[in-house]
Design a protein around this ligand. Structure first.
Ligand SMILES: [Zn+2]
Length: 431
């Protein structure tokens, strides 16, 4: 009952103007694909709600098209461009490579957002904190929530000599130059509601004199893999999905901010009129993926980290309780948690309310927005739970199969959630 109710409010609230987003369970059942749904009525809305333990076979097939080796190979492909620092040739080459990959998946046409970025003048030293301010700073995590347990220092490595690999050090050496920036996206167009979409993002730029493998090659590869699966000719969705790889995340979410500034007002406008084409479908939700692979737990008492992914590792789905769309974002988060329970092969998901410091933040007062991560950004990553964060050790070779598998489980989670929300179906080949 709890689950049925949760699914009911998820659907009705997320798609008040778009009830078909909630229909897949019913339509698939009518087609004989999933078990008979249980009719449920609350708040005056009658709906067929599938029990939580009955995956849709079409969506399960799509999820099975995600493979560990492919995910790993895509992360590897990104790390060939070093840290992909914004405003450099290696960053531009990575954007070109990502675009070529999206095209090869059939996620066409690709497009780019263009904006200008200028490094702000360096901030002077922060004024010293008095003891009360220091205590608040130690206690409170960024984004809300509290810091607890063992904490280790975090920061951005700016020292090239800490990268022992000479070839990688040379690749990462050219620094950012102010000027034009680009970020690439492609769109799966919905068949019955092309004018509405979910936005699925990760950021392709990095810092720290490594390969930005986890931050955020892992989220970028996840988005690319979803673009591949959804672009398969036998996959159809009622609603549209945009796959976007943000640039300039590490400078302060500037790529995502540019997108919101340029495109918010274009939502839902048909252009040219009468064409049935919507260059910017209405935003139904935004989902960000940033640092997907490393959940080795809290630092040990001596400051060291567990070598292995902890067996109870999870995917952290966060919304921001202080955002204008907190209610919708929370429901979206639970829809993702439900999808994880139904379709993810290994690791569970956890919902939290302190989403912060990521590309979904510029969206959170405009549309329901969530982020998926290896750990909570504020109280956990911010307390040193990922020792590779912005460091020369954020290398492809640092991560094990179990780490990549956590990223794959996040991909399974988002793929199945978005497939459910957009009414994805597989067409069976003609015999
Ligand atoms: Zn990041």
């Amino acid at each position: 009952m709890k689950n049925s109710f949760k699914r009911l409010i998820t659907c009705s609230a997320l798609a008040a103007s778009a009830s078909a987003a909630c229909a897949p369970a019913a339509t698939k059942a009518a087609a004989g694909v999933s078990p008979t749904p249980t009719p449920t009525t609350t708040t005056g809305v009658a709906m067929n709600v599938a029990p939580l333990d009955s995956p849709n076979t079409g969506i399960a097939t799509m999820v099975a098209r995600l493979e560990l080796e492919r995910y790993r190979a895509t992360v590897k492909g990104l790390t060939r461009f070093g840290d992909r620092r914004q405003g450099t040739d290696r960053n531009r080459a990575a954007v070109d490579w990502i675009e070529a990959q999206l095209n090869s998946y059939g996620c066409t046409p690709t497009a780019r957002i263009t904006y200008d970025y200028k490094e702000p003048p360096p901030r002077g030293p922060r004024p010293p904190m008095d003891s009360a301010a220091r205590a608040r700073f130690e206690r409170n995590a960024v984004g809300g929530g509290r810091n607890r347990g063992k904490r280790t220092p975090t920061g951005v490595n700016e020292d090239s000599t800490r990268q022992p690999n000479a070839a990688l050090r040379a690749l990462d050496t050219p620094q950012s130059v102010d000027g034009e920036r680009q970020e690439v996206y492609c769109t799966k167009v919905g068949t019955t509601h092309p004018e509405e979409m979910y936005i699925v993002g990760g950021h392709m730029d990095g810092i720290g004199w490594g390969e930005a493998a986890n931050d955020d090659g892992s989220g970028t590869a996840l988005v690319m893999e979803l673009a591949r699966v959804f672009s398969s000719p036998d996959v159809h969705t009622d609603r549209s999905i945009r796959f976007i790889l943000w640039n300039n995340e590490e400078t302060g979410l500037d790529g995502a901010k540019a997108y919101v500034a340029q495109r918010q007002a274009l939502q839902g406008i048909e252009s040219p009129k009468g064409s049935g084409k919507y260059p910017e479908p209405k935003w139904l939700g935004m989902v960000q993926h940033d640092m997907m692979m490393f959940d080795h737990g809290m630092p040990n008492a001596d400051g060291t980290m567990n070598k292995e992914q902890r067996p109870e590792a999870d995917v952290n789905i966060e919304f921001q309780s202080k955002s204008k769309f907190a209610d919708g974002a929370e429901k979206l988060a639970w829809a993702f948690a439900d999808a994880n329970e139904k379709y993810a092969t290994d690791y569970p998901a956890q919902v939290g309310r302190h989403m912060t410091n990521t590309d979904s933040s510029p969206f959170m007062d405009v549309v329901p927005a969530i982020s998926l991560r290896e750990n909570e950004r504020g109280a956990q990553i911010g307390s040193g739970w990922n020792p590779q964060w912005h460091q020369p050790t954020d290398l492809f070779a640092t991560y094990t199969d179990k780490d990549f598998r956590l990223g794959l489980n996040a991909a399974q989670t988002t793929l199945s959630a978005i497939a459910t929300l957009t009414g994805a179906q597989l067409t069976t080949p003609a015999h």
